[in-house]
Design a protein around this ligand. Sequence first.
Ligand code: ADP
Length: 182
Amino acid sequence: MVSFEIVRGDITRFPAEVIVNAANKYLEHGGGVAYAIAKAAAGDPVEYIRISKKALMEQIGKDFIEHGEVVVTPALRLEKPGIKHVIHTVGPYCGGIWDEDKKEKLRKAILGALRKAEELGVKTIAFPAVSAGIYGCPLEEVVKTFKEVVKEFGKEAKSVEKVYLVLYSERDYERVLKALAV
Ligand code: ADP
């Protein structure tokens, strides 16, 4: 049984064994949570981009990832709160539009990270609201998709026990709580 919990917080300080980055396909970490993770992990975000791109070539064999493909990088300075790995995944770009295609791409992005966490043998994994920031997917739909995918993943999980969705802003957190209450 895998449990799913929505919490408010900063993922760069979240005590899960794995944190997930809402990356772009080239792992450039230019803004949003990706920049925050790159800066917190390596001090210099440019250095973490270099590490990520090297890992991308080694693990995927090309210079970009598709939805569902993921790359693992070391936690470096993030080891302080107990983080062991960062898994980079790419969600869909929505620009305010939500449909079955976006949902399927997000599903793949979430499931890819969960399966990699399983491979890494960890018990806890924390996600940001992938695609709900710069990529402009509706937060409520993103949260709903997370809940469904974690439930689906529960049938195959052996190692992973706890999945967190870490919402950064108080506003997002309140919004989600309200949406879930109805
Ligand atoms: P995307 O391009 O996939 O939309 P963003 O980084 O723009 O990714 O945003 C994804 C989500 O991550 C947004 O809801 C944003 O508020 C949130 N976020 C930004 N910084 C952090 C952080 N330090 N911890 C957790 N979530 C964060």
